[in-house]
Design a protein around this ligand. Sequence first.
Ligand code: MTE
Ligand code: CO
Length: 406
Amino acid sequence: MAFAATRVYANPAGDAPTTPDKAITELQDWSQALGDGVDAKPYGVPSKYEAGVVRRNVEWLTASPQSSVNFTPLHDLEGIITPNGLCFERHHGGVAEINPAKFRFMINGLVEKPMVFTIDDLKRFPRENRIFFLECAANSGMEWRGAQLNGCQFTHGMIHNVMYTGVSLKRVLEEAGLKTNAKWVMPEGGDSAAMNRSIPLFKALDDCMLAYAMNGEALRPEQGYPLRLVVPGWEGNMWVKWIRRIEVGDTPWHAREETSKYTDLMENGNARRFTWEMDAKSVITNPSPQAPIKHKKGFTVLSGVAWSGRGKVSRVDVTIDGGKNWHTARLDGPSFDKSMHRFYYEFDWNGEPLLLQSRAIDSTSYVQPTKDELRQVRGYNSIYHNNAIQTWHVKANGEVENVEIS
Ligand code: MTE
Ligand code: CO
């Protein structure tokens, strides 16, 4: 495949341009005067030309912005790390603005000695740095019954992938000393929603973390400053933000968020409880409805992200003809357990309409299902835990639309 310079594409015959390109022949403003000195922005922000790269919400989805969600602009991102200012937010009672000097974290219940920690106390435990995705169980929930929202930001943007710094939860629980009948822990938030969940002890002692930093700096208030629970690979709702307490018990608490919410209503009318692990999933971020093809036919870069709550993503398949032919995508960038992976498929677009899909396969050999395959098992009542294959319809003019074909 030829990688011709894109300016030549503007002139398909390959002739020399007839009008001079002013971007070359004229001196630009930025070349003619000194720019801002250092410290013009003590905390840096993106170029003003990137102003469209923002989290977005869908106003009709929720009644108030305090109990709501906005979405990560996946189509504008590269690599696997979500910048802190673009991590989607999901709050049930707004953002708690916690003064760290007044912050306390407690452990009580079935422990030898109930304990209280300040943030500085927690920073004296040995530290860990780990990269994990957090996906809300409701991600893609609006797409169960058919294609609905036009953009991967809205269909798949309830996910972020950052590096956390903090303490292993096991280490802190050991400090308090677990009683022999301890089986479950209940993290509780210090926000106005006081969100709580039941987590089995085996997970708490496996890879959970109490994190105070993300991507090298303190957590953002939106993400739980000064402390949040990290529950790798499990649904985002369990990752309690602004965490103030962990109670240790011998049975689950059956809190609101694990009964009336975050359970899956099956076809027979029974609700399936405790769907913790997030199944393997992927989405093509470019092209997508918010990122149409602008260059007409020819060399085209298709890109996307894939993740699994059970381990690494070992392979991603891509089709551009609605599943008639599948191609192995090229995975690029670091591959970590329960972290986002980046994939690419480069192809020569003939300018005709396309049906794009991606399918993730994880390190347990689990294969991401089609929507029909998922609905055969789960029915049509569900909202949460939709990890089905997404289809984008690329039209001849390069515009892209959310559609469903299987
Ligand atoms: N923790 C508290 N205390 N309050 C909340 O509203 N929302 C939960 C979880 N933890 C929530 C919370 C939900 S449903 C999700 S998906 C994640 O936080 C969202 O994390 P984020 O805002 O960092 O994206
Ligand atoms: Co959620």
